[in-house]
Ligand binder design. Structure first.
Ligand code: AMP
Ligand code: MN
Ligand code: MN
Length: 317
């Protein structure tokens, strides 16, 4: 797919990503936005996202992000880093009003909901897939910053198994464009506020090991989030620290996201396919990183997840 080709004859373009946008989602939507603005300045291009974290505010176009849908008729509407149409609320109306829709993604669980779907589950990130739809000579430093940011976020700074030669080659090309990669990694990925460190500490302190130490679980309650004055957006990094625990294969982090409703994140190291578990709960993701939201008690949820992990172990042995 070539983006410039796809945009032929399009005057009004919309771009969105998934709910609770992460680094790859925020960066890929802004990379595409900046690419269109740079190369096709006559096109009316708009990015719609739930407000991303402030750690991404250095990305060009961040202040142009619209949080509320508009009733424009889009000649072309892009959905990036999103596996199913129920994850683009509240912008589904924009998607439905579009003459043509394209999804660019890398989730194994993607259900091909757009008219055209460019989905590469083997790719590290949507930014990696998107980069290949760009003409190399039509990329500037701002776009390079976006692509690089998406890649480092979805590869955990080049360490997850989704990192490939292609990933590193693209990242290298972006570095060669003069981006401040050290600052990008420190400020958008590792930096934590004092409060974020406190809640990280608390989540680690209250974590529990189960299934012979192969699984670790922690939960952040609404009361704790209110006490520290944080939202789900600020809990990044906790799941990764849990995953790093010696002997652990699967890490599970939950936080309250409504009355009796929980956001569940799962990460695995080598054996367990957490995307299968997430899909069974109506969510999705990747083999080593997946999530879902569910109603019910924490106790029931963790029991069911535990059973599914055990089943996978039994089937593999
Ligand atoms: P998270 O644990 O929220 O960081 O998500 C890990 C991965 O799973 C990301 O690639 C998400 O896009 C994906 N994911 C999380 N929640 C869902 C969901 N409810 N439906 C589909 N994919 C999800
Ligand atoms: Mn994402
Ligand atoms: Mn992604």
């Amino acid at each position: 797919m070539n983006i410039i080709e796809e945009l032929k004859g399009c005057n009004v373009v919309g771009i969105t990503g998934h709910v609770r946008p992460d680094g790859d989602c925020t960066s890929s939507t802004l990379a595409l936005y900046n690419y269109i603005r740079l190369n096709l300045p006559e096109v009316d291009v708009n990015v719609y996202l739930e407000q991303p974290g402030v750690e991404f505010s250095y990305l060009k176009g961040f202040n142009d992000i619209k949080n509320i849908p508009e009733d424009k008729i889009f000649d072309l509407f892009f959905v990036l880093d999103c596996s199913s149409s129920d994850r683009i609320e509240p912008f589904i109306s924009c998607f439905n009003n579009a003459k043509k829709t394209i999804c660019i993604d890398h989730h194994v669980s993607n259900n091909q909901f757009a008219q055209q779907n460019l989905v590469k589950p083997e790719a590290s990130s949507t930014c990696e897939v998107l980069y290949e739809t760009f003409d190399e000579d039509k990329i500037d430093k701002n776009i390079a910053e976006c692509i690089y940011t998406g890649i480092i976020h979805d590869t955990g700074v080049f360490k997850y198994s989704c990192t490939s030669l292609k990933t590193m080659t693209i990242a290298g090309k972006m570095m060669a464009m003069g981006i401040d990669y050290s600052d990008i990694i420190d400020n958008s990925f590792y930096k934590k506020t004092y409060i974020q460190n406190q809640i990280l500490g608390r989540a680690l302190l209250e974590s529990v090991l189960f299934y012979d130490g192969k699984c670790i679980f922690s939960n952040v309650t609404k009361e704790e989030m209110d006490f520290y004055g944080v939202t789900g957006k600020e809990l990044g990094g906790i799941i990764e620290q849990l995953r790093l625990t010696e002997g652990v294969e699967v890490a599970i982090l939950m936080y309250d996201c409504g009355e009796n409703e929980h956001k569940v994140s799962m990460r695995s190291k080598k054996f367990i396919d957490v995307s299968k578990i997430a899909v069974a709960f109506g969510g999705g993701g990747h083999v080593r990183a997946a999530g879902f939201t569910a109603r019910g008690t924490i106790y029931d949820l963790i029991n069911k997840i535990g059973e599914m992990i055990e089943e996978q172990y039994e089937r593999n042995n």
